[in-house]
Design a protein around this ligand. Structure first.
Ligand SMILES: [Ca+2]
Ligand SMILES: [Ca+2]
Length: 103
């Protein structure tokens, strides 16, 4: 399997990965904080590109390209320091839950 073709990148959507992460939270009964702690490999309170890449790979089994990783960071990153802190991760999930409320 060659999953490094440019086609993959076009079909990938940010929403997709968000959904997978959200599902992973539910299935493992994890809080956003616990998820953050798992992804933040060096526990410095922020998630950088390599940590996100590794985290997504181990949590949802998805291996993203550097471009995909940086689109996720850009989408979550509120204060534009190119890292995701726990507040930003919470905000991302809170926004997503609002969006998909269908009751
Ligand atoms: Ca870190
Ligand atoms: Ca940030």
């Amino acid at each position: 399997m060659s999953d490094t073709s440019p086609d993959d990148e076009q079909q990938w959507t940010l929403n997709d990965s968000m959904q997978k992460l959200a599902t992973c939270l539910e299935e493992n009964d994890l809080s956003v904080d616990a998820l953050f702690a798992q992804i933040d490999g060096d526990s410095d309170g922020s998630i950088n590109g390599p940590e996100l890449h590794k985290g997504l790979q181990s949590l949802v089994g998805e291996s993203l390209s550097p471009g995909q990783v940086s689109s996720i960071i850009k989408a979550f990153d509120i204060n534009e320091d190119n890292r995701i802190d726990v507040e930003e991760l919470r905000a991302a999930f809170a926004g997503m839950q609002d969006d998909s409320e269908e009751e």
